[in-house]
Design a binder for this molecule. Structure first.
Ligand SMILES: [Zn+2]
Length: 836
C-alpha cells in the first residue's frame, strides 16, 4: 500500500478543500466484511487538475466522480487518481471493507466468554481508508454525516450524538469539522453506564463480560471525567466542543487510548478485573485526562502534519499530569510521571534513534509513527513544564488560550504555538525553542560541594557531544541526611543567558545531595561514588517521594550509561522497596529493577538476583502485615510485593497453592490475573505442562485468559515450547495483535541461554515478515517485546546490526530493533565496565 508523503499532502491541501463526508456503514454483511458507502464533496482550486483519494477496500462495487463511472480496477496500491476535477466535485464510492484483527481500521473481536462480537473503529494514523474512502491527511478537515446499520439491540456510538431511527438503523448528527484520523464508530452489545455533567451526556462502555467490573469502576472514572471537564473548561476558557462524551473500553487495543472527538477508545485492561492498586488507578485516571485534553489540543486544534505530533502528545501528557495533580485525589501524579514516563523518555533520548521534540522530519506517515515515543510524550511534557516556569504560568496559560481560540476547528504548527505564547512574554522564545524543542539529547547535571557549611559549589551541566545545545534548566536542589531534609533551594536557572549560581553556599553539607529534587526539569542527576555507596542506607529514609523518584532516575540511568554498577541498584532496591510508601515508586521499581537486572547482570548472577528480589518482596509483605490495622495500612502495600513474589518465587508449593486459589492475601482474593502470574511462574520454572495450562485456562474462557495461556506455554523452558512459539509467529494463522504479543513476552525467557540462542536468527527473519500481515502499530509492539535483550552477548548485537543492514523491514520494526539493540549494547557496556 502506498504511504502518504508529506510533499503529496501539501500539494493535495493546496489543490482541494473538503466540504463534507457522508458515510454509510453496514455492519451486518458478514463476520469478516462490512459495507461502506462514501460520498465526498470537495472543491478544487484548479479545475482540470487531478488528485487522488485513499481507499483500501476488500472489493469495490462502484465509483462515480461527478456522475461519471470509474472502473474499480483503477484503484491501485490503496489509491485512486481523480482526474479532470471541476471547481466543485462529488465522489461516490460503494465498497466492501474487511474487518481487521490488528487494532487498526474497523477491528472486530469475539469475546470467548460469551461469543459476542465487538467492533470499534481506529482510523489513526492512516487506517481511515480501511473504513471509508477519504483524503487521508490531518489538515483536510470536514464535517461528517454518518449512518450505520447494525444488528438490532447493539450499542452504536461515534463522533456525534446518534439516534436509532429503525431497528438497527442509526443516524448521527452532522459533526463539527474532523480530521480523517479522528473518525470512529463503536458498535456491539457493549454494557453501558450513563451519567451527565452540566448538560454533557457521559457514557462508559465495555464488553458485556466485563459488565460487573465496569460498574464497580464506573464511579471513580466518572468522577475523574467530571473533574477533568471542569478543570479544562476553566483553564482553556472554551466549553467542551463535541456534544456527548463516550468512553469505550475496547478489546485488543494497541495503544493506551485514542482521542476520537466525543468517542474515546481505551484498552479494556483498564477495566481491571482483579485487584487494582493506586498506581494503576492513577495511570487510568491520567489516560482519561490525557485523552480529554486532546478534545481541545489535537481535536479542536490539530497539527497540520505529523511532524508536529509533539504539539498533540507533549501537550496532552503535560495537561494530564497537571490536572491530575491539581484537580483529583492523585496529588502525587508528578512522582508517577517521573518514574513511569520519564524513565521511558530518557531511554528514548539515549538511543541512537533520538530526535528533537519538535520539527522532526516526518517525511511520510510511516516514519511519523516511529515518533510516538518517550520523547514526543515524556520529554515534550517536561519541556512544556519548563516553558511554563520560564515564561511564568500566567503567560503560558494565556498563550495556550490564544492558540486554542485562534485555530479552533483548524490546524496549526509549532510556529503558531510559539507565536501565541510569545504574545504574553518578553522572554526570547527562539533560543529557548532551539535548545529545548529543536535539539535532541539529555543534559547531565552534577553538583559538587566542599566544606560544612558548604563553602565551594560546582554545579555543572553536561550536554551530549553528539547533540550540542544550550538548554536553560529551571530546577531546585535538596539536601538530606539520615532521612531528614536539611534544606531545599528556591528554583534557579542553570544554563542559557539567565544562568544563576546554585544557591548553596552556607548550607549544611548533607549526606545525600539531590539535584532537581522536585523533578522540574529534564535531566539526569549524576551522583559521586560516595553518594552511591551511601544510597542503600540513605534513600529508604528520604521522606519526600519526588526526591526518591529523582534518585531512582539517576540510578536507572546510571546503570544504562555504565556509570552505576547494577549491583548498587539491586542493593538499593533491597533496602528501599520494603519500606517504600509511595505506590507509584513501589509499582514501577518492582517492574523496572528486575527487568533491567535480567539484562545487565551476567548470566551467573541472575538466579541469585531473582532470589534476592523474591526475599525483598517477602520482607515487604511481612512489613505490611506488621502494619496491618495501622493508619498507613493499604492494600497496595500487600498487593504489589505479592505480585512481585509471584513473578520471582521458586517456592513451588506456594505457587501451586496460589494457582489453586489458596493462601492468597485477602486484597488479591478473586484476582484471576494473579493466579495466572503464579501459573506462568510455574511454567517458567518448568513445573507445569501444556495440559495443566489448558486445564487452568478452561476456568478462564476470556480474551485475557487465552492470552495468558499462550504466554504460559511459550515461557516453558523446553525446546518444544520455544519451537511451538516460533511456529505460531511464523504461521500467524488467526492470531490477533494481542496473541502475538503474549507469545513475544515469553519467547526468549529461559534459564539457560543455550536453549534460546539458536532462535536469535529467527527473530530477525520472522519479526520483519510479521509486519507484512499485521499493521505497523501492532508489529512494532511485538518486535519490541520479543527482542532477545536477555541474551546479552556480542553475537546478539552483531546479529541485530547485520539484520538492520540486510533485511527488508518497515520503518517501525526497524525502529524497534534499533532501540532494543541500543539497550542490549548498554548492558554489554555495563558488563565490560563492572565485570560480566
Ligand atoms: Zn495522546
Amino acid at each position: 500500500m502506498a504511504i502518504l508523503l508529506q510533499q503529496e499532502a501539501v500539494e493535495r491541501a493546496r489543490l482541494i478543500s473538503v466540504g463534507s463526508y457522508s458515510v454509510d456503514l453496514d455492519l451486518t454483511v458478514s463476520d469478516t466484511e462490512f459495507g461502506s458507502r462514501t460520498v465526498v464533496r470537495f472543491d478544487c482550486a484548479e479545475p482540470g487538475a487531478s488528485t487522488f483519494v485513499d481507499l483500501k477496500a476488500a472489493s469495490i462495487a462502484s465509483i462515480r466522480l461527478n456522475g461519471n463511472e470509474i472502473h474499480p480496477s483503477k484503484v491501485a496500491d490503496g489509491r485512486l487518481t481523480l482526474g479532470r476535477l471541476q471547481a466543485t466535485n462529488e465522489l461516490e464510492v460503494v465498497a466492501t471493507m474487511a474487518f481487521t484483527h490488528d487494532g487498526q481500521g474497523l477491528h472486530r473481536a469475539v469475546d470467548p466468554a460469551d461469543d459476542l462480537a465487538y467492533i470499534y473503529g481506529m482510523s489513526f494514523l492512516d487506517a481511515a481508508p480501511q473504513i471509508y474512502a477519504c483524503f487521508d491527511q490531518p489538515d483536510l478537515k470536514a464535517p461528517y454525516d454518518l449512518t450505520v446499520t447494525a444488528p438490532s439491540g447493539w450499542v452504536v456510538a461515534g463522533n456525534s450524538p446518534a439516534r436509532e431511527t429503525g431497528s438497527g438503523r442509526w443516524e448521527f448528527e452532522t459533526t463539527k469539522p474532523l480530521s480523517t484520523y479522528f473518525f470512529t464508530v463503536c458498535a456491539g452489545p457493549y454494557e453501558t453506564v450513563r451519567d451527565e455533567h452540566r448538560g454533557i451526556p457521559l457514557a462508559l462502555h465495555a464488553r458485556a463480560s466485563l459488565g460487573a467490573d465496569l460498574r464497580r469502576h464506573a464511579p471513580q472514572m466518572l468522577e475523574i471525567t467530571k473533574q477533568g471537564l471542569d478543570y479544562y473548561e476553566d483553564l482553556f476558557g472554551i466549553a467542551y466542543p463535541w456534544g456527548e462524551y463516550h468512553q469505550f473500553f475496547v478489546p485488543e487495543f494497541n495503544a493506551g487510548a485514542m482521542e476520537n472527538p466525543g468517542c474515546v477508545t481505551f484498552r479494556d485492561q483498564y477495566i481491571f478485573r482483579g485487584a487494582a492498586g493506586r498506581a494503576e488507578i492513577m495511570q487510568r485516571s491520567n489516560t482519561i485526562l490525557h485523552e480529554m485534553a486532546h478534545m481541545w489540543f489535537g481535536d479542536l486544534v490539530s497539527m497540520k502534519w505529523w511532524d508536529d505530533l509533539w504539539l498533540n502528545e507533549s501537550f496532552a501528557e503535560y495537561m494530564a499530569h497537571r490536572s491530575c495533580s491539581a484537580a483529583t485525589e492523585f496529588d502525587d501524579a508528578w512522582v508517577d510521571f517521573g518514574i513511569a514516563r520519564k524513565n521511558w523518555g530518557y531511554a528514548a533520548d539515549r538511543a541512537p534513534s533520538t530526535h528533537p521534540i519538535a520539527g522532526n522530519a516526518a517525511e511520510d506517515t510511516d516514519s511519523a509513527l516511529t515518533n510516538f515515543d518517550g520523547i514526543s510524550y515524556a520529554k515534550g511534557c517536561s519541556a512544556l513544564r519548563q516553558l511554563a516556569l520560564y515564561v511564568g504560568d500566567d503567560a503560558f496559560v494565556a498563550g495556550v488560550r490564544d492558540y486554542l481560540s485562534r485555530h479552533s476547528y483548524g490546524n496549526a504548527t509549532l510556529a503558531d504555538f510559539l507565536e501565541a505564547i510569545g504574545g504574553h512574554t518578553d522572554v526570547d522564545l527562539t533560543s529557548w525553542s532551539t535548545g529545548w524543542l529543536e535539539s535532541a539529547g539529555t543534559d547531565e547535571i552534577c553538583v559538587a560541594v566542599e566544606g560544612d557549611p558548604i563553602a565551594v559549589v560546582e554545579a555543572s551541566r553536561t550536554t551530549p557531544q553528539a547533540h550540542p545545545a544550550d538548554r536553560p534548566h529551571m530546577l531546585d536542589i535538596a539536601g538530606f541526611s539520615g532521612g531528614r531534609e536539611l534544606w531545599r533551594t528556591p528554583v534557579f536557572t542553570l544554563g542559557g543567558d539567565r544562568t544563576e549560581q546554585a544557591p548553596l553556599v552556607g548550607l549544611a553539607n548533607p549526606n545525600l545531595l539531590v539535584p532537581n529534587a522536585s523533578d522540574l526539569t529534564w535531566t539526569i542527576p549524576v551522583f559521586d561514588e560516595a553518594t552511591l555507596a551511601a544510597l542503600p542506607q540513605e534513600l529508604p529514609q528520604v521522606g519526600d517521594a519526588q526526591a526518591r523518584q529523582v534518585v531512582w532516575a539517576g540510578l536507572l540511568n546510571g546503570m544504562a550509561t555504565a556509570t552505576v554498577d547494577p549491583r548498587t541498584v539491586l542493593a538499593t532496591f533491597e533496602t528501599a522497596f520494603p519500606v517504600e510508601t509511595n505506590e507509584s515508586l513501589r509499582h514501577w521499581t518492582s517492574r523496572l529493577v528486575p527487568r533491567h537486572l535480567g539484562a545487565f547482570l551476567p548470566y551467573r548472577e541472575r538466579d541469585d538476583a531473582v532470589t534476592r528480589i523474591a526475599a525483598t518482596a517477602q520482607r515487604a509483605i511481612d512489613a505490611a502485615s506488621d502494619d496491618a490495622g495501622s493508619d498507613d495500612a493499604s492494600d497496595d502495600a500487600v498487593v504489589t510485593p505479592t505480585r512481585l513474589l509471584a513473578a520471582t518465587s521458586t517456592d513451588e508449593a506456594l505457587l501451586r497453592a496460589w494457582v489453586a486459589d489458596e493462601q492468597i492475601p485477602a486484597a488479591l482474593a478473586g484476582d484471576m490475573d494473579f493466579r495466572w502470574s503464579a501459573l506462568i511462574r510455574l511454567a517458567e520454572l518448568g513445573l507445569v505442562d501444556d495440559a495443566a495450562i489448558d486445564a487452568f485456562a478452561a476456568h478462564d474462557r476470556t480474551l485475557t485468559g487465552g492470552q495468558k495461556a499462550l504466554t504460559a506455554k511459550v515461557i516453558r523452558p523446553t525446546q518444544q515450547a520455544k519451537e511451538w512459539g516460533w511456529t505460531q509467529l511464523e504461521q500467524n494463522t488467526g492470531l490477533s495483535n494481542y496473541d502475538c504479543l503474549a507469545i513475544a513476552v515469553g519467547i526468549f525467557v529461559a534459564p539457560d541461554p543455550d536453549l534460546v540462542r539458536p532462535h536469535i536468527e529467527r527473530y530477525f527473519r520472522v519479526l520483519p515478515a510479521l509486519a507484512e500481515r499485521q499493521g505497523e502499530f501492532a508489529s512494532q509492539k511485538v518486535a519490541l517485546e520479543a527482542f532477545p535483550v536477555e541474551i546479552t552477548e556480542d553475537a546478539t548485537s552483531q546479529a541485530a546490526q547485520e539484520a538492520l543492514r540486510t533485511v527488508r523491514m518497515t520503518a517501525n520494526v526497524r525502529r524497534a530493533i534499533v532501540d532494543r539493540a541500543a539497550v542490549l549494547d548498554e548492558a554489554l557496556a555495563s558488563m565490560r565496565r563492572f565485570g560480566g
